[in-house]
Design a protein around this ligand. Structure first.
Ligand code: FRU
Length: 497
């Protein structure tokens, strides 16, 4: 069947490059009204290859404009993942104009060693004097050399306001290495973290490190993101997190967090299969102390085989990240940025809707289901099971919901359309434990043509997955478990992005 992949699969409001292969988000910073997003990019084909940094900008993290490629491979190697900061004080001395502070990008130069599968990975910097449009590579690269470590990559730099210096985290196989610098050019190793701690089903990649207020108050904790591939909770790529303290040299897990982690490692930013390598925007902390992030909406298990040819991969919706603590301990919570609500148009709303067997909620004549935000609430949540079902005339269906027998949320994309491009794509239902013990269940569902993003319990449990239906989904239903139940509130917004 020939289909128009632009019409069927190009997302309405998730960033995709016009053409070719994309993976991790890189170098995200905010400056003078623009959110910048760079990304791992192979402009020559729709599979991974010699990496460049593609570039896009947005004023609200929802509508994106793609700009020319920002970084090309050079004699030190191809341009792997990394970060960028606005060097407000020109600590680097790389500022060349009065008008704009330099933007300094730090990335991994990755060079394949001839005749082997190994790479020499070193860290380099490049600076921009036009607010991130164009970059000049620093003549003293690499700024951190490396001859012994096989995996040594993905530097994430941040300003340490308590100690007036830059700090940087780097992934080195089975641990994260911490560094400091006064000028972004000379780096000093501080400590490392992670051997034998957390998930180690695969190599550690793409760290991020920042502090967050606890419950929005005056106390704060440091949060360490570590992406891991493979070894995610539902197979393949995923991002775990650790909560702790930082004395300027060493990151140490909070004792209560460490105990909870040892009992049951369910500290994942997202339990779905399609949110990887996510990191935060630099220079973009919100007034309430929260951070902003997005991730790559795919999984290394099948990213290079998904059924789009012109481009491959999209980013997740931008999310606000906060730190919560209650009787169940620490939890990172993430939710779509409020800017998304600015695109709401048509709305459907119902109170106290009885779900008995399979109950149709809406179809696309009432409201579109491919550029959509759904919010729902079930008070006094005793329901044994519920399933949301998206379907179309071709018999495709995407199922997601909750099952009390194992107190977990699930996504089932086994009949969602094209699935046979990879055995790993839909071979099993994916699951996420419900960690909250709230008596009310709330959920936010973000739908695009090829993705669903689920934020349960105010963002405490998140699941993101992609799918490729043979025709657009046009009907949304809900299916009850053994008993009927009432959904106390549901509202569905069309998003006009
Ligand atoms: C993560 C990753 C990074 C690396 C980049 C290469 O997906 O493997 O560790 O820098 O992709 O494209």
């Amino acid at each position: 069947v020939v289909h128009n992949e632009e019409a069927l699969y190009r997302p309405n409001f998730h960033f995709t490059p016009q053409k070719a292969w994309m993976n991790d988000p890189n170098g995200m910073f905010y400056y003078n009204g623009y959110y910048h997003l760079y990304f791992q990019y192979h402009p020559e084909s729709n599979v991974w290859g010699p990496m460049h940094w593609g570039h896009a900008i947005s004023t609200d993290m929802i509508s994106w404009r793609e700009l020319p490629i920002a970084l090309y491979p050079d004699e030190l190697g191809t341009i792997f993942s990394g970060s960028a900061v606005v060097d407000i004080g020109n600590t680097s001395g790389l500022g060349r104009t009065e008008k704009a502070a330099p933007v300094v990008a730090m990335y991994t130069s990755s060079k394949q060693l001839e005749g082997t599968d190994n790479w020499k990975q070193t860290q380099s910097i490049a600076y921009s004097n036009d607010e991130g449009k164009t970059f000049t590579k620093f003549e003293g690269n690499p700024v951190i050399d490396n001859d012994s470590l096989k995996d040594f990559r993905d530097p994430k730099v941040a300003w340490d306001e308590e100690r007036n210096r830059w700090i940087m985290v780097l992934a080195a196989g089975d641990r994260i290495m911490f560094y400091e610098s006064e000028n972004l050019k000379n780096w000093k190793f501080l400590s490392d973290f992670g051997q034998g701690i957390g998930g180690h089903g695969g190599v550690w990649e793409c760290p991020d490190f920042f502090k967050l207020p606890v419950n929005g108050g005056d106390d704060y904790k440091w949060v360490l993101f570590v992406s891991i591939n493979p070894g995610g909770p539902n197979g393949g790529s995923a991002t775990q997190y650790f909560i702790g303290d930082f004395d300027g040299t060493q990151f140490v897990m909070d004792p209560e967090f460490a105990e909870d982690l040892a009992k049951d490692h369910n500290y994942w930013i997202d339990f779905g299969k399609d949110n990887y390598a996510g990191v935060s925007w630099s220079n973009a902390r919100r007034k309430d102390g929260s951070k902003l992030m997005l991730g790559w909406m795919s999984n290394w298990q099948y990213a290079q085989k998904v059924p789009t040819e012109t481009w491959r991969s999209a980013m997740t919706v931008a999310r606000k990240v906060q730190l919560k603590k209650d009787d169940n301990g620490y939890r990172l919570v993430s939710n779509p940025v409020k800017e998304l609500e600015g695109y709401r148009s048509t709305k459907y709303k119902k109170e106290d809707l009885l779900i008995s067997g399979e109950t149709k909620i809406v179809d696309s004549k009432v409201i579109t289901l491919s550029s959509t935000e759904i919010k729902f609430e079930i008070s006094d949540f005793q329901t044994s099971a519920f399933t949301f079902k998206l379907s179309n005339q071709q018999g495709d269906m995407l199922l997601f919901g909750y099952d009390k027998t194992n107190n977990s949320f699930f996504i089932d994309r086994s009949k969602s359309g094209k699935i046979d491009f990879s055995e790993d794509f839909a071979s099993k239902k994916t699951k996420a434990p419900r960690t909250s013990s709230n008596s009310t269940l709330t959920g936010t569902i973000i739908l695009d043509k090829t993705s669903v993003e689920l934020f349960y319990d105010q963002g405490e449990t998140v699941m993101t997955e992609i799918f490729f239906p043979n025709a657009p989904y046009d009907t949304l239903s809900m299916i009850a478990g053994d008993e009927d139940f009432t959904i106390n509130h549901i509202e569905i917004h069309k998003l006009n992005v």
